[in-house]
Design a protein around this ligand. Structure first.
Ligand code: FAD
Length: 373
């Protein structure tokens, strides 16, 4: 059934964190916006770890790190604004990440990360055993030092997405629940349609995460699902509320007494099954660092699908005159969501909504060659 009411200026297809923050930015720019989302199991935004980790996530790529730092800085302003606009607390935490020194090779890697952070103008601090134990009393014996990256933050991604949706609804934005099967660009706009849904809009922004290439009417897009399984423990009572990162897993606090452990990287298509070998592997890696976890059972085990691209960079920009894309954020979509919204909104509106952040060439949707329609 066609949706009723005046045609929106922009229809955002996909209401994960990327689509929701883009919708918010478009509204700030004065556009009439609607969002359509079908709440698929395995969507990345509600199933992520919520790390806003610009340094540890980009140890080999300074260009990526600089962009990530810009987005981290946008989060610091966005988090209180989203809470105000929605009335929902999103558990934004700017304590930092701890990278413990596990062995001699690890010490060298951490020295490199520390140097990279310094080159980027980011603060670092060395932690000794006493300070480590004050923050994380469960740390196993033998870990004498660690690196603190205070510029790495985190957020409860489930609450952040819920807050972004609630903030839009408070502003009267319609959030349709439907699947868009096809988009068709016409001379005066774009129509989006699926079973029981049809809507015309002045422009469309595609934000379908890992499922983006399935939408008909788009060029061929090299986005593939990359599954990540995670587990969570309760009854954590440390002072430290940030994240701990090691080469084999990360542990991320949540408000209250929860600790998330992640994540596998599996190229198994759209399969979302939970496997004991991965769950047990994460639990045992975490217990090796934090022995108190050895006697506990995880309280949750879940999986999500990261939208992967061949080079790990997202696709952000214009596909054709009225059709835009922001998808393929792989491991960093929570981190990069605010910056993505700031980049794409002015392109869609054809005018700056705020100071324009240009989309770097590394994110252009056509960088993998001519897109065929
Ligand atoms: C286990 C795991 C851990 C992660 N940890 C982090 C982290 O710590 N930090 C970080 O920055 N990133 C992390 N990520 C990555 C991050 O979650 C993603 O990059 C980001 O959430 C992508 O957001 P999105 O809105 O593009 O996609 P999604 O969140 O997947 O949203 C896409 C939405 O589009 C909808 N949709 C799709 N197709 C259609 C259609 N045809 N019609 C209607 N609706 C449609 C879906 O239902 C879905 O709601 C993690 C991901 C996983 C899986």
């Amino acid at each position: 059934m066609p949706a009723s009411g005046p045609r929106p200026d922009v229809l955002v297809v996909g209401g994960g964190l990327i689509g929701l923050l883009i919708a918010r930015e478009l509204i700030r720019g004065g556009a009439r916006v609607e969002v359509v989302d079908d709440r698929r199991a395995g969507a990345a935004s509600p199933n992520a770890a919520g790390m806003i980790a610009p340094i540890a996530e980009s140890s080999t790529d300074a260009a990526f790190a600089r962009m990530a730092i810009t987005s981290r800085d946008l989060w610091a302003r966005l988090a209180p604004a989203l809470e105000r606009e929605s009335g929902i607390s999103i558990d934004y935490d700017d304590t930092g990440s701890i990278l413990p020194v596990l062995d001699e090779p690890g010490r060298k890697v951490l020295a490199g990360i520390r140097q990279q952070a310094t080159d980027l103008g980011e603060p670092t601090a060395e932690l000794g055993r006493t300070e480590l134990l004050r923050l994380v009393p469960d740390l196993r014996p033998g870990i004498e030092a660690g690196l603190l990256l205070p510029g790495e933050h985190r957020v409860d991604n489930r609450l952040a997405a819920a807050a972004a949706a609630a903030a839009l609804e408070r502003q009267g934005v319609t959030l349709h629940r439907a699947t868009v099967e096809r988009v068709t660009e016409e001379s005066a706009g774009v129509s989006a349609a699926g079973a029981g849904f049809a809507r015309d809009a002045g422009a469309v922004v595609i934000c379908g995460g890992a499922w983006t290439p399935a939408i008909q009417g788009l060029p061929t897009l090299p986005i593939r699902p990359v599954k990540g399984q995670m587990i969570a423990f309760d009854r954590i009572d440390w002072a430290f509320t940030g994240a701990i990162r090691t080469p084999s897993f990360y542990a991320v606090r949540r408000a209250g007494n929860r600790l998330l452990i992640g994540a596998s990287v599996e190229h198994t298509g759209f399969d979302l099954s939970l496997t004991d070998d991965v769950g047990n592997g994460l639990a045992s890696a975490a217990a090796d660092l934090l022995p108190a976890l050895r006697d506990r059972q995880p309280v949750e085990h879940w999986a999500g699908l990261r939208p992967g691209t061949p080079d790990g960079w997202p696709l952000v920009g214009q596909l054709s005159e009225r059709l835009h894309i922001a998808a393929g954020h792989f491991r960093n979509g929570i981190l990069l969501a605010p910056l993505t919204a700031r980049m794409i909104a002015p392109m869609v509106l054809g005018r700056p909504a705020a100071p324009v952040v240009p989309v770097p060439a590394a994110m252009r949707p056509r960088r993998f060659g001519p897109c065929t329609r």
